[in-house]
Write a protein that binds this ligand. Structure first.
Ligand code: TXA
Ligand code: MG
Length: 325
């Protein structure tokens, strides 16, 4: 399917990706159309071995070599100068390309069998929750993709760390499972963080805006047909989540509550409880599954106990902030 221009959802160690032959612009366009992804957002190219980098990146600097030796296969995407063979749609027209070698046996064997680098964003509709199971993929993309390879739940839970090596100093564009300190240690120099870890808007969570239709979807009305499930607004609380949940439930709202493990449950049928681990790694594994579950349960509002301001929670805070926008 990949060789003939199809789009295939597949598991990685982070989340499920929606893949297409990275050297085939028309195939990658189908990925954008299936997701409703704006053409301005570039996608990550996945390789199964170092040899495949030859048609993906224009240069392979010493620092990329060191980072790949330490973290690949694994959840680290490196932004480097783009090879001319990579079509513009993959990089959103830009001069750089993000590349990673996933650490999942199914992903590795799929890419090898296809014999081409695989461009793959997360396998969700644009601006919706990333999938950590094949079922999550089908919730959003059934009928819009050719195939999903089901290998159960993904072990990592949140997306890869994206590190821009073309910036000086290198900058983390998206925090992920590999922390800045680990990258710094291998590079033996400081690494910057792209977006400041600003504090979250606790007052109110705004619903995520509706998906933007891609140009391909505009041309092909069939691609626009979808069941639009309104997403419940997410509100993060540094403290007082219990009171906030009680308040909303008392007003008759169906509330999902992501609280810390050990919190006493409320005796109120309006409230869906999900107990979250106090370890950042375990929290990451469960986060998207928890949000999918609450979305499926049809809650009208989601209240989250916001994690502490520590570096180990950086990626989780980032994802929760995005969910609450
Ligand atoms: O773990 C992951 O990275 C998953 C799995 C499937 O590999 N993929 C994933 O893809 O999360 P996606 O498209 O949901 O997120 C890719 C991120 C986006 O924030 C995008 O803007 C950024 O990587 N990105 C991709 N190419 C880039 C480039 N050339 N320069 C800067 N950022 C780039
Ligand atoms: Mg994504």
């Amino acid at each position: 399917m990949l060789r003939s221009g199809g789009v295939v959802a597949f598991p990685t160690e982070t989340v499920y990706g929606l893949g297409a032959n990275a050297l085939d612009a028309a195939a990658v366009e189908r990925v954008f159309a299936a997701k409703g992804r704006p053409a301005t957002n570039p996608v990550i190219v996945h390789v199964a071995d170092i040899e495949q980098l030859g048609e993906v990146v224009a240069e392979w600097p010493e620092e990329a070599r060191r980072l790949s030796a330490r973290f690949w296969p694994g959840p680290l995407s490196l932004v480097l100068a783009r090879h001319p063979r990579i079509p513009a749609i993959v990089t959103a027209g830009g001069p750089t390309v993000a590349v990673r070698m996933p650490a999942h046996p199914v992903a590795e064997r799929m890419i090898r069998a296809a014999g081409c680098p695989v461009a793959a964003p997360s396998a969700n509709r644009s601006a919706r929750i990333s999938p950590t199971s094949a079922r999550h993929v089908l919730r959003m993309l059934d009928g819009r993709i050719d195939l999903v390879l089901d290998a159960g739940s993904t072990p990592g839970g949140i997306e890869s760390t994206v590190l821009d090596l073309t910036a000086e100093p290198p900058v983390v564009l998206r925090p992920g499972l590999i922390g800045r300190d680990e990258l710094s240690a291998v590079l033996n120099r400081p690494v910057a963080i792209g977006e400041p870890d600003s504090s979250v808007n606790i007052a109110s969570g705004l619903p995520v805006p509706p998906d933007q239709e891609s140009p391909a979807a505009a041309r092909s009305p069939g691609l626009q047909a979808r069941h639009y499930a309104p997403q419940a607004p997410v509100e993060c609380c540094r403290q007082g989540s219990r009171q906030r949940v009680q308040e909303l439930a008392a007003a008759g709202k169906r509330v999902g509550w992501l609280h810390w493990q050990g919190e006493r449950q409320l005796d109120d049928p309006h409230v869906e409880h999900i107990a979250m681990p106090r370890d950042a790694g375990e929290y990451a594994v469960r986060l998207y599954a928890a949000l999918h579950r609450l979305e499926e349960a049809g809650v009208e509002q989601i209240i989250v106990d916001f994690p502490p301001n520590e570096e180990t929670w950086l990626a989780i805070r980032d994802r929760l902030r995005r969910a609450s926008r």
